[in-house]
Design a binder for this molecule. Sequence first.
Ligand code: GAL
Length: 832
Amino acid sequence: MRNPLCRPTVAVALFLTLVSSASAAVTPVRFSGERRQSFDEGWRFFKGDAPGAEQPGFDDSQWRQLQLPHDWAIEGPFDSKANPHTGALPISGTGWYRKSFTVPDAAKDRFLSIMFDGAQNNAHVFLNGEEIGSRPYGYISFSVDLTGHLKFGGQTNVLAVRLTPEDRSSRWYPGAGIYRNVWLDVTGPVHVGQWGTYITTPEVSEEKATVTAKVDIRNRTQSQARMTVQTAILDPAGKPVTRVATPADVPARSTQTVTANLTVNRPQRWDMEHPAMYTLVSEVLDANKKVVDRYTTPFGIRSIKFDREQGFLLNGRHVKIQGVCDHHDLGALGAAVNRRATERQIEILKKAGVNAIRTSHNPPSPELLDLCDRMGIVVMDESFDMWKRPKVPNGYAKYFDEWSERDVRDFVRRDRNHPSVIMWSIGNEIPEQNSPDGGEMAKRLTGFFHQEDPTRPTTSAFNSPEGAIRNHLGDNVDLFGVNYRPWQYEQFQKEHPTWIVYGSETSSCVSSRGVYHLPVEKYQKHESLQLSGYDIIAPSWAYCPDVEFFYQDKLPNVLGEFVWTGFDYIGEPTPYFGGGGRGADSSKDWPSRSSYFGFIDLAGFPKDRFYLYQSQWTTKPMVHVLPHWNWAGREGQAIPVMAYTNADEVELFLNGKSLGRKKRFSESVVIPVGRNASRDEKFSSKYRLEWQVPYAPGTLKAVAWSAGKQVAVDEVRTAGAPARLTMVPDRATIQADGEDLSFITVRVEDKDGNLVPGADNLVHFAVTGAGALRAVDNGNAATEESFQADHRKAFSGMALVIVNGHKGQKGRIHIVATGDGLAQAATDIVTR
Ligand code: GAL
């Protein structure tokens, strides 16, 4: 296994493995030890239509060889004529993937299927020329059964996948291609079904937990199968805790569900600080007591409760949801799933105090949920951005009638054993909030969710709550999610005495890392195509983070919030759409092509706003001061300086001279907001401290105090001319598996080691040794530079280079960064 964390449900029973040789076009499938194997290697790809490519005899020798996951659109190029909403990247067109493989004769009595974690989109899957499955929704996991179409022995099988993603099918960058992992599943005729376990913990206390495991046993033979299902629980250290055997007589060609009730004494409860994961092992034994299938499911023991008065309770303890909404792209890597890139995102979010993620607006990768399980993050698992009424002409609305039930049921079955998942979203800002059938449609969907999983509430994110109240859509979800109207939480609570309310989408503040415009402006376009980093700018429907903090503090029984967004994402470069509206000339705002909403930029570098959330969401003492301190030409002029802290007080010093202390929560900073947030378009924030500081070059230092003690310091220094580069990898040792990554932060510094805030020097990267350059970025939302190049300009003094190790090659990756007139930097990454 390359990567154990990638498998939410690893099933082991019949002994196959894939061995692929780089030179052979045909991948032999061989017996080994696992029921589930990666099917990512040995594919060929063609961008464009290729009539007849589903036929086994088709000549694909000129096609590109690659390993999945693969996102063809991230390869670019950016195009000023392409849709900026989807990132100005080539997300549409036809793409073909083919894989040739052989299966040994010994597998003749086996049942093989292929699981696609996701394919973007309109997938049609062919085996040896025959269509064996299709799935329109690009975010849903689906499997195709190969039974009856396979050739055995030395004969070659060809699996072909045709994708036809369309333009104007999404409101953000969806990626294109088989962008998630693909698996081969091999079983005998009687086995645990696909996503065939459902584990709940109906009673959980410190002393004991009851674990109920429902296991689907599928019998594909023509006669009744008399089996025994052995269900065992392993503790987080892998030690057996308890087991139970249950007889199962499964009629011919049918599936039967076996229920086992188990007790775990003194359980290690899954919690944010201690996300303890247990494992359920389900073994199917035949009449001779031989194990014919073995299926393992990671799960957690925890209780969740949503309470009108107390909010969200995890294991009986109140937890305020400090969440972010995030799209699925991984910045410069595009939509192609990568476990380490996902893990890094969560690590960065956690530093801001984030404890929850909303998978806006679609089913996430299995890896994301796996990591949330293991890193103690709770998840609002979302299904759709639209139902039947389209938001974009080629969106999911086209498929809703035919596929929504199937998609929901599959989605819940895939995800319901993750302890991280605490609620199901039936949709985001669904246009049916304002149509008469909205209530009935919500009832139908909520019904599917509750049939598949009665233990979690459903919810929806409403931007037209009045409509959703009028047509009873709101009555047909369990939790009432409000987008961008914190001032109405109290009203909804009062008018609906049983409803549980929370901020399903909040803030939508926009900014560019390290960019500050003076004088401080309101929301408007700026010729730089950037947005000021003073954290006050938001579109008309939105507001700065402080407004949400105010209402969350005022109403502790509101569950919490999901900020739009944690990370910047590709697409939706609000407000730079070229005049706005349909048919707008987006080339006017070219090359703006990704969002400014994140409190972390696309490269993963925190913006100032990151620290504003940290000041509200964490307790470890911190202070952050902004802006940068390079204001040549403004000597003597007042520069607004802000400090974000969770300490009692902050004292500001310029070149050693105190500019006074300010107490947290006792000062107000007036911030411009839209008319929705305040009639006079001003909001007094007590969540930040501000000084007007006459500019003089030097050092601006913020010292934070709590209970009379100095607890944290932050400073910015006036930087001189760019003199040198530095590189700092996030990890100096990575796995030599071709997938693991090191993210290296590149800084342009002056001769004294100060970051040069405005530096945009071009930096070249030379990567040698046991690895390769994967991608580059700098967090600039308005550039058409390729993510797949060996060079990048710095943006606000920083750039990012991502490297991976060569598969199976242990050694060192040597990376050198060079730039004209700059002392070069070098770093080594060890691959193991
Ligand atoms: C919301 C929408 C999000 C995003 C956001 C930008 O209305 O749900 O997907 O578009 O606005 O502020």
